[in-house]
Design a protein around this ligand. Structure first.
Ligand SMILES: NC(=O)c1ccc[n+]([C@@H]2O[C@H](COP(=O)([O-])OP(=O)(O)OC[C@H]3O[C@@H](n4cnc5c(N)ncnc54)[C@H](OP(=O)(O)O)[C@@H]3O)[C@@H](O)[C@H]2O)c1
Length: 320
């Protein structure tokens, strides 16, 4: 699988990142280990988790995904072969809590959050640490100074943001420059081919908007990570439907464009969505996920595929 430099940094990451959110909870451990092997055998080397995955499932606390990754890394002896990303800031502080009781992005929460992740992952450092959801109660200065301290301590190589609006990201960059601190190299955000309504409310989640796409096109020190790229499988699984936020005027024409382009090229609709993201001009790494090997195989096949100018024009025109 091809690699790219994350946000122009020294970190060489696979063009498809494997989302491990459901490993150890919705996807049992044996199936998770097989999917990790399958991704690795396809050349994938970029793993995404978080310290709160996946606390919202019945009988879980968060941290199950990191624990499964720890056992895979140890069993296969692969710590140094992969780029390992985790996130802090969105883990509930009380048993049975939700995002409203999240630990947040104060200095103490960040430092203790990362130490918890390092313990669960069984590693000395992570390659990429994300601030998981923007915390407007914590001064950005405090958040960034704490993250910079972890980089200086050798516990983290690069930092990224997730679920930030464009103006907050720009402000964070300015603060890092002004203080000589590590700066966010990437932003992980909800993104797919279908656009949600302008007033869509995804709770703590934030979408990739046109401003962020512009930033990821023009800046060579910034990469977007696209989560939920396949909208839970709704593009291809007749038993699933798109969330109401995506049911907007124009959806039929957009889905028709996707199907037509996919048929013309001879690939699936899911592969078309992933390849569309990989084909620029913005620098985007899809965070793919799967619960079954055949899904992962389909998604991985898109890694080497770039769409031609005609296909891109048709898709972008329909998307608006
Ligand atoms: N930063 C954040 O706030 C944030 C938020 C959400 C996710 N993420 C990250 O992004 C990753 C991906 O998120 P996501 O799970 O929401 O992604 P997604 O692409 O929207 O959904 C993945 C699901 O789609 C179905 N699927 C995948 N490939 C398929 C295929 N080829 N054919 C049919 N169905 C297919 C599977 O559903 P079934 O399992 O039902 O079969 C799979 O579990 C997560 O693992 C996590 O690492 C980050």
């Amino acid at each position: 699988m091809d690699t790219t430099r994350l946000g122009g940094s020294e970190l060489e990451v696979s063009v498809l990142c494997l989302g491990c959110m459901n490993f150890g909870t919705r996807v049992d451990e044996a199936a998770s280990l097989r999917l990790l092997d399958q991704y690795y055998e396809a050349g994938g080397r970029f793993l995404d988790t978080a310290n709160n995955y996946a606390f919202w499932n019945t009988g879980t606390r968060g941290g199950e995904s990191e624990a499964v990754l720890a056992r895979w890394l140890a069993a296969r002896g692969r710590r140094d072969d992969v780029v390992l990303a985790t996130k802090v800031g969105a883990r509930p502080t009380v048993a049975g809590g939700d995002f409203s009781s999240a630990e947040g992005l104060g200095a103490k929460a960040i430092t203790e959050g990362l130490d918890g992740s390092l313990d669960r992952l069984g590693v000395e450092h992570v390659d990429l640490l994300y601030a998981h959801i923007d915390d407007r109660d914590a001064p950005l200065e405090e958040t960034l100074e704490a993250l910079d301290g972890l980089v200086r301590a050798g516990k983290v190589r690069q930092i990224g943001a997730s679920n930030y609006e464009a103006d907050r990201l720009s402000r964070a960059w300015q603060i890092s420059v002004d203080n000589g601190w590590a700066a966010y190299r990437c932003l992980q955000q909800r993104h797919s081919y279908l656009r949600p309504n302008a007033d869509a409310d995804f709770g703590v989640q934030r979408i990739v908007d046109d401003e962020l796409l512009r930033m990821a096109t023009e800046r060579d020190d910034f990469t977007l990570l696209a989560y939920s790229p396949l909208l839970g499988g709704a593009y291809s699984d007749p038993a699933k439907s798109f969330q109401p936020e995506y049911q907007r005027p124009g959806i039929d024409a957009q889905l028709a464009a996707l199907s037509e382009v996919a048929a013309d090229i001879g690939i699936t609709v899911n592969q078309t969505v992933i390849s569309w993201m990989l084909s620029g001009p913005a620098s985007i790494i899809p965070v793919i996920a799967a619960s079954r090997p055949e899904q992962l195989a389909e998604n991985l096949e898109a890694a080497d595929r770039r769409l031609g100018a005609d296909a891109l024009r048709r898709l972008n025109q329909a998307r608006g």
